[in-house]
Ligand binder design. Sequence first.
Ligand code: KIV
Length: 274
Amino acid sequence: MVYASQPETGLSKKITIQSLRKLKSQGEKFVSVSLYDAPMAAMAERCGVEVVLVGDSLGMTVLGYDSTIPVTMEQMIYHIEAVARGNRKSLIIGDLPFMTYATPEQAMVNATRVMQAGAHMVKIEGGRWLAPVVTMLSERGIPVCAHIGLTPQSVYKFGGFRVQGRTPESAAILLEDALILERAGADIVLFECVPADLARKATASLEVPTIGIGAGRDTDAQVLVINDILGLTEQPPKFSKNFLAETGTIKGALLRYTADVKTGIFPGDEHIFT
Ligand code: KIV
């Protein structure tokens, strides 16, 4: 069924870290999509997506690998450049791939490449051990999104794509990690696959905005992978939703996703881990 016209809500101005902080302070949700090419990046801008993530999920969604581990710097750069050519107003976050930020010095070199490719912020996965890396980048002017919870680059350590922070002890460690990473200089903390309660507490405790995926509805923003939004994933994760199925067009799907995040309709109870 084609969804009745959803107004186009294109971004009126360039999104910055300050705009995101302002939205958080006003209690207004913002929207993020992980995507990988110029036309989709342009469509996201026209549909009001404030944050575009060029995620290393592209290893699985575009390149056919069964994890993000094989993704290289060259592949990330190629896709970040394409996205940056297609989108002028969203804040673009570029992932640093597996083992490219194991030391602060290595992170510096690789984050520089990601920023020069057109990203406005880099995303790195990990807990408190990342603090020196975050500080190194942040002090030198590179904004950082710290990704915690289910960090897919550690899939073999976790033994699968599993929800994290389910026990009181592990939830307390994740909450402390988030605070440590904020103190180290992170500008955004992204929570993947954690109980809603943990993400809610963290969002209330952190000054910087939070983005959630499979982290309940109380983070400051939601992110989904474009393939999931468009129903391209054979076995979609519980936290995702095929918005194309109910709207009939790519633009309709992105507009509906944006509207549903902003109004708190998405995620629904069925998408949330408790
Ligand atoms: O790589 C990616 O797309 C991500 C999101 C799923 C958060 O990290």
